[in-house]
Design a protein. Structure first.
Length: 179
């Protein structure tokens, strides 16, 4: 990030942009649907509006290709997680191209993305902002969410929660228990 004339600019791919818009990254566990299109349509409208006002604007989206959700969807399809996520990711990219949405597309499995995340992770660890501890809880794979308290069933999917016990990384301070 660079600050010039009171406005923060972002350096992306060798150019400096005044506006950086992003959407949620979409799970590559299923096909694109109307909710994805709606989100991208609104983001593209915002990008076009800021460009008409004279600001260089970059819209970024992509696919998240990790987790049990993708592993299970791939198994049901008889594919490896990598091949399955690759097909789904291509479907998203093709949809945005077909709709004329100018977007920079990132896959969480892209080498460039991995390099940026690795650098960021290492800086957080060096600053003492990441720590590891054991976690036990009830989990909904479809929501990718842990539940606490007396919840025994996912309120969204009306299915029994799965019990997970694993070592996990947390953001915060192990001394204060935040994270």
């Amino acid at each position: 990030m660079v600050k010039t004339t009171g406005v923060f600019h972002f350096r992306l791919g060798g150019i400096i942009v005044k506006r950086y818009l992003t959407t949620p990254i979409y799970y590559a566990s299923g096909a694109p649907h109307l909710g994805h299109v709606y989100t991208m349509f609104l983001a593209d409208c915002a990008r076009r509006t800021t460009r008409m006002a004279g600001d260089e604007t970059r819209l970024v989206t992509g696919t998240d290709e990790h987790g049990q959700k993708i592993e299970r969807a791939a198994a049901l399809a008889g594919a490896t997680p990598g091949a399955f996520a690759g097909e789904r990711s291509a479907a998203f990219r093709e949809l945005w191209e077909g709709l004329g949405i100018d977007v920079s597309f990132v896959r969480t499995t892209d080498p460039a993305h991995k390099a940026v995340v690795t650098d960021f992770w290492q800086r957080l660890c060096a600053a003492g902002d990441i720590y590891k501890r054991h976690y036990t809880g009830r989990y909904c794979v479809d929501c990718e969410q842990y539940f606490t308290g007396d919840v025994g069933e996912c309120p969204v999917h009306a299915r029994a929660l799965e019990h997970y016990a694993e070592d996990s990384y947390f953001f915060g301070s192990p001394a204060t228990g935040t994270g």
